[in-house]
Design a protein around this ligand. Structure first.
Ligand SMILES: [Zn+2]
Length: 486
């Protein structure tokens, strides 16, 4: 008995030693940079973002309702506001409203980079309009805050990139590496007429980019469990998406004599099976990177858990799956989005249908999701079919690249060494999904601060950005372009 206890104690001790060995051998991945002087940003520039907000470049699912005269206005706005960019860079329009500029570098043997953004915005929901503290399309600047739809998603990005470029052109700067600027006009409805067409053009012309930088992730404040510092998250992959329609036809009749199972019962039970059997929680490749970059910056015992993520996978996913945003990071999610059945209170409907949207974790596929749904439902009264726009998860871009380091370093130079940098998984879809054949290195990041106060503003109410934040966005893009030379 004593012997068994000794063996057991030794095993436990060795295990603890192993955990601590892993902790002490994981090093910080944070780059430390020398601070740089903040460049001065002209006050006029702030007005440019406000003017861009006033142009209602709204994308709606019903494309017939889109007011393209606003997109015409935006074309004119770009031409008039950025005369040097407009006259000195090569430019091409795709489907009238998507812009591709090229700033030719002095060394054409270097691969170009692509800076992306989109000029369309989502609509403002009419019944929420009253909740906006400032009108969403007036472009109001008040108490050093710029208000309106597009200040975070994604005009801040387009205008930030163009302001940086215009000022660099004015200063006589000439990049060594060529830079493409790709601004799509239909990102919010899938990007098929904008990003997809521009990406195809680059592909057809055998243009391979060193890296692509698009929107997708942000600088988070107080949103990551176990970390107090601001964290700049660079998306190295994005989830896939598939919408699945479930439908059933069963004889209806009068509600006074219902049969044992009606169409609504059968369909509800199928959805219930999917909801009560969620896809397994796991750490996908982008999350491994997230852990490797943030683990060493955490306090005890979180750093010990992250240093041994393989052993504590279920502990980590258990923490993350508690919140909706965390849950989306660790599993393929299941969201019923449309449910149709019935027309009258005393008539049992003959049919019922529902749509569910699944956001797919890297490592899984649309085909795998469908297979699992069929197995779980296992009911031949239910027809399962695909609907909507479907895409597999993106390829995962590497973090051990010069490009990732350039972005990392630039973030530190603008926001200070106190800001942590880490790769992440983007749970929403971006235009960059169309660029998979243009570059292996696709990074998704805009330097906008997101915290508990403004997290619901994107696609929601009171979208806004502080003037200081916007100035730093311009400084960030200026510095990225300068850093390409090094
Ligand atoms: Zn966006």
């Amino acid at each position: 008995m004593k012997k068994v206890l000794i063996v057991l104690a030794t095993v436990i001790l060795l295990f603890i030693c192993y955990l601590f060995f892993n902790l002490f051998t994981t090093n910080s991945k944070q780059i430390v940079v020398a601070p740089i002087d903040k460049i001065k940003i002209d006050e006029d520039v702030i007005k440019h973002l406000a003017q861009a907000i006033q142009i209602k470049t709204i994308s709606t699912e019903n494309t017939e309702a889109i007011d393209f005269s606003e997109f015409d206005k935006f074309n004119i706005f770009l031409k008039e506001t950025y005369p040097l960019t407009d006259s000195l860079l090569d430019k091409k329009l795709f489907n009238s409203y998507s812009h591709l500029y090229l700033w030719k570098g002095s060394n054409t043997s270097l691969k170009p980079i692509v800076l992306m953004g989109h000029i369309d915005v989502v609509p403002v929901i009419e019944k929420n309009r009253k909740e906006w503290k400032e009108a969403p399309f007036k472009g109001i600047i008040k108490d050093d805050v710029i208000w309106g739809r597009g200040t975070m998603d994604d005009k801040v990005n387009v205008i930030g990139i163009l302001e940086a470029t215009e000022a660099l052109l004015k200063s006589g700067f000439q990049p060594e590496r060529s830079i493409y600027y790709a601004f799509g006009h239909d990102e919010e409805i899938g990007g098929n007429n904008g990003a997809a067409v521009m990406a195809k053009y680059l592909e057809d012309n055998d243009i391979e980019a060193e890296f692509i930088l698009d929107e997708g992730s942000v600088i988070t404040q107080g949103l990551i469990p176990g970390i107090d510092k601001d964290v700049a998250l660079i998306g190295i992959a994005e989830k896939g998406s598939v919408s699945i329609q479930l439908s059933t036809k069963i004889e209806g009749g009068h509600s006074s004599m219902p049969s044992k199972e009606t169409a609504i019962d059968v369909l509800s039970s199928a959805i219930s099976k999917l909801k009560t059997n969620p896809f397994p929680a796991k750490l996908s490749q982008p999350l491994d990177g997230f852990i490797a970059y943030l683990g060493p910056e955490m306090g005890f015992p979180n750093n010990l858990v992250f240093a041994n993520a393989g052993i504590f996978e279920s502990v980590i996913t258990g923490i993350y799956e508690k919140t909706a945003s965390g849950n989306a990071m660790v599993r393929t999610t299941t969201s019923p989005t449309i449910f149709n059945a019935g027309v009258k209170d005393n008539v049992i409907p003959q049919s019922a249908s529902a749509m569910l949207n699944f956001r797919i974790l890297p490592g899984e596929t649309v085909a795998l999701v469908k297979e699992r749904i069929e197995t779980l439902i296992n009911d031949d009264r239910i027809t399962i079919s695909e609907g909507g726009f479907n895409s597999d998860p993106s390829v995962v871009s590497e973090t051990e690249t010069e490009s990732f380091r350039t972005i990392h370093k630039t973030i530190k130079e603008i926001y200070g060494n106190d800001v942590l940098v880490a790769p992440t998984l983007v749970v929403a879809a971006t235009d960059s999904k169309h660029y998979k054949n243009v570059s292996d290195n696709i990074y998704r990041f805009i330097p906008v601060h997101i915290n508990q106060d403004n997290i619901k503003a994107i696609h929601g109410i009171n979208e806004r950005i502080s003037v200081d934040d916007f100035k730093d966005v311009i400084r960030f893009y200026t510095r990225i372009i300068e850093n390409l030379e090094k």
